[in-house]
Write a protein that binds this ligand. Sequence first.
Ligand code: ADP
Length: 427
Amino acid sequence: MYNAAIEAASLDELRNLQSERLRTLVKRLYKDVPFYKQQFDANGIHPSDIKGIEDIHRLPFTKKNDLRDNYPFGMFAKPMDEVLRIHASSGTTGKPTVVGYTQNDLDVFDEVVARSLVCAGARAGMKLHNAYGYGLFTGGLGMHGGATKLGMAVIPVSGGMTERQLTILQDFKPEVMCCTPSYAQTLSEECAKRGIDTEKLAVQYAILGAEPWTEAIREQVEAGLHVTATNIYGLSEIIGPGVSQEDFEEKGTGSYVWEDHFFPEIVDKDTGEALPYGEEGVLVFTTLTKEALPLIRYWTNDICSIQYDNNAKRSHIKMSSIKGRADDMLIIRGVNLFHTQVEEVIHQFDFLSPNYRLIVERAGTMDTVTVEVETAKGADYQNTVFGEKLKQKIKATIGLSMAIDLKAPDSIPRSQGGKLSRILDKR
Ligand code: ADP
């Protein structure tokens, strides 16, 4: 079993542990990774300058390009004979970045995923229907290892082949499932289409992540599959899924960051300046314990805020749900726009379903956005009043005029198992 004591550690205990781990980390990186030695030297920093976690802001950021420039293994801090596994990011935004794990890294990975599973409601003895992709993507194998550590029976379904997923959900009776939120939407809709009574399924908990999602999707999935759905967050560069996880009894209050291993900061997306708790900016992580590929102040590009929650079960800091990636942010006529903002507005109308996408086009010098959204079952998609209401609400809350294209149910492409892009940029 994994050790849950750290989840209740006091802030002082956490800071001491983080400080000790950071000091060791910077010394090791300076010695073992030429990229970091050069970065530290260029910034006039010596490892002895870093006395504790409070000095972290003195260290330079590491960006995705640094990993790409050192592709594939140039930033590894351990020789290949100590590396036991290699993964790569999904490559959602360009060339994949390659990551490696020592035995200790795999143990930490299992540990944080096991913690996350418990946080989501899973327990030893339950079965996990794991519909994250197996392969180079960290999702499948990452969840697998943590569930095994916890003592669950893992069903390694992987993504896709929806028909088979439904058979397994009905026949193997897993209590817990995990996949992307958009694929959970697909599964829920396919159950409805086939008249599968989801109340009769054994599945109680759905652990959803790997792409941004909002309460709109939570409601659809929870109602459609009769589950409690929580958020799991992670990225391959830091470890994979299980960097943070929402508690099943504290839904909507953010996801715990396992900060004994991954130290989070929020910084201004333009200046890199550290921002106070509660303010939104770019999430940055330092891997305090990673061996094969430790990263200092890794710029995730994901936009959120972090804050301690004094009423929570655990002492670790929580991060808000991700609004989007900084590089996925649309700038439309000078207004910054994430698709999740539109998702939140759609959620306010019963006559709409959370199946939508944004079509971005350029007419002359003007960028335009069309919201394609399906009406809820039973609502008339030809009713122009619906579109007008959505248009006005978007204008009032986001400040942009968007064209609305109401669609009949089932007419917008669905996730087939992986990450779903909700933006079609035709510019
Ligand atoms: P890629 O960057 O190629 O998609 P990964 O598969 O490592 O590589 O995915 C990590 C990224 O996925 C994160 O940086 C983030 O943008 C997104 N992501 C992961 N989990 C979540 C989540 N729960 N909510 C929002 N976005 C998420």
